[in-house]
Design a protein around this ligand. Structure first.
Ligand SMILES: Cc1cc2nc3c(=O)[nH]c(=O)nc-3n(C[C@H](O)[C@H](O)[C@H](O)COP(=O)(O)OP(=O)(O)OC[C@H]3O[C@@H](n4cnc5c(N)ncnc54)[C@H](O)[C@@H]3O)c2cc1C
Length: 465
């Protein structure tokens, strides 16, 4: 098999058309064989494709949806462009910050909340920022304060080198740890409430994953809290996707779900749902783990990969919304322990002339896009009775066939088995994605880490012939 298109259409469809609605017209003469096929155009795939193309390889990206971005998405609401997928990042997340700086993209800071509403005992309790701050500082100090737990993550960037100690932590849940430290009930509720952003019930969240998130911030309260929605891009994450795409110099086919990946001695053959086949010297698979289920791999994937696909790694029921709300008393932020309130957390995304745009997340799928405005407004009124909903946009990520889940935490045992392992090359294939990224699994920056690493690894394979 060697670097040419063998599909029934007989051409490679490239395309400079960028995001939603771009046509799949051919723009690149099929006179040079494809070196690498990149399957999936989320951030991991975009970075891998760009880096490989910049290294002089001919790259074709095959993306299932009619747009790029994957779990990065954008909509219009109240005349504003809003992010409706992955949005927030911080400068201590080096991989994404570097991209943002490189492309000179403008960063906007989230307004700081002056009113908190915390789910305690089945109702919301108003807290001043000072009260919440005190409770969380106490709670987190107890949660991560055991030196033996911290020692397991002495090098949080090198999960596999952490060995048995990390594996033992990975078998424990966040719930196990909360039970062990026995906080005062309101401190306990406050901690459970902010942990609702882990995206699944706490007895299913790997303690090792949660601790890695804390170790990444040097076990400091400020750095841990910096992971809760501090900076976003002006003009949405679309600006970053467009910058990478424009810089990349790779070809693109949208609306091209891959259904089959076959590896031979000298290359890879990839088939899309319409029957077109593409051959290349190597491929990067940058879809969510859950999406591997819909692809036939030959030879069969190793047992760990099959197991990861069967278990799933992303939060399966995550719905998120941007709500246009009037009548809010100030800059608000609500948090509730998973599974109790319709929204696990909400916060003022921005203030506009006519009210506020509020980000709202339902991690346990208690409320969905199909439920409509009246139910969303009722959910909001649980903490601000005077709130009036003027409009909304939302995504139900578990129902999107090319995601089958949102993002969030890793389940028990997944860190030791999958992180820093699923991305090791298998012949001429390399897997990339935020879900099993080495340092920030589940985050935008993790997708970038992982895509860059896949590009380097595939580049090494191509260099060897
Ligand atoms: C609601 C929500 C909010 C989030 N908020 C944040 C946040 O604020 N900060 C943060 O750091 N992270 C956040 N995240 C997480 C972050 O968005 C993701 O971790 C990251 O975008 C995943 O990137 P990826 O490239 O690994 O995967 P994806 O973005 O899922 O990209 C995979 C791509 O593969 C494509 N694909 C799937 N199957 C096929 C196929 N068969 N053939 C071809 N293509 C296929 C998909 O269409 C998709 O484009 C959030 C996620 C969600 C859902």
């Amino acid at each position: 098999m060697g670097g040419m298109v063998v599909g029934r259409r007989g051409v490679i469809a490239g395309g400079v058309g960028l995001l939603a609605g771009a046509s799949a017209r051919p723009t690149v003469a099929a006179d040079r064989p494809i070196d690498v096929l990149v399957i999936g155009g989320g951030l991991a795939g975009l970075i891998a494709a760009r880096d490989l193309a910049k290294d002089g390889h001919r790259v074709l990206m095959l993306e299932a949806r009619p747009r790029l971005g994957g779990r990065v998405a954008w909509d219009q609401l109240a005349g504003q462009a809003v992010d409706s997928g992955g949005t927030w990042f911080h400068w201590h997340q080096a991989a994404i910050w570097r991209e943002v700086q490189c492309y000179e993209l403008e960063v906007v800071e989230r307004p700081v909340a002056d009113r908190y509403f915390i789910g305690v005992g089945g109702a919301f309790r108003a807290m001043t920022p000072e009260e919440l701050d005190g409770r969380l500082r106490r709670g987190l100090a107890a949660f991560w304060g055991d030196p033996a737990l911290q020692a397991a993550l002495a090098t949080p960037f090198a999960v596999q080198a952490s060995g048995d100690r990390l594996a033992a932590l990975d078998r424990m849940s966040v719930e196990d740890r909360l039970r062990a430290i026995r906080l005062d009930p309101v401190d306990d509720s406050a901690l459970r409430a902010i942990f609702s952003d882990f995206g699944r019930p706490l007895d299913q969240v790997s303690l090792a994953w949660a601790m890695q998130r804390m170790a990444n911030g040097l076990w400091t309260y400020e750095s841990f809290m910096a992971l809760f929605a501090v900076y976003r891009l002006r003009g949405t994450m679309r600006a970053l996707c467009e910058a990478i795409r424009a810089d990349g110099g790779f070809d693109l086919r949208l609306d091209a779900p891959v259904t089959q990946v076959v590896q031979g001695a000298g290359g890879v053959l990839v088939r899309t749902a319409d029957g077109t086949a593409f051959a290349a010297r190597a491929a990067v698979v940058a879809t969510p783990v859950e999406a591997w289920r819909a692809i036939r791999f030959s030879p069969e994937l190793p047992a760990d990969h099959r197991q990861a696909a069967a278990e799933g790694m992303a939060a399966p029921r995550l719905c998120n919304f941007i709500l246009h709300v009037r009548g809010l008393p100030g800059v608000v932020n609500s948090f509730a322990p998973a599974g109790i309130e319709p929204f696990e957390f909400t916060f003022t995304h921005s203030t506009i002339d006519d009210g506020q745009l509020l980000s709202a997340y339902a991690m346990e799928g208690a409320i969905g896009v199909r439920d409509g405005a009246a139910r969303l407004e009722t959910a909001l009124r649980r903490f601000v009775p005077e709130a009036r909903l003027a409009g909304f946009v939302g995504h139900d990520w578990g129902r999107e066939p090319f995601s089958l889940g949102g993002s969030g935490s890793l389940k028990l045992g997944q860190m030791a088995r999958f992180v820093d392992r699923l991305d090791r090359p298998i012949g001429r294939l390399c897997f990339a994605g935020a879900d099993f990224a080495p340092q920030f699994a589940g985050f935008l920056t993790g997708a970038i880490e992982s895509g860059a690493r896949a590009a380097r690894r595939i580049g090494g394979i191509l260099g060897r012939g």
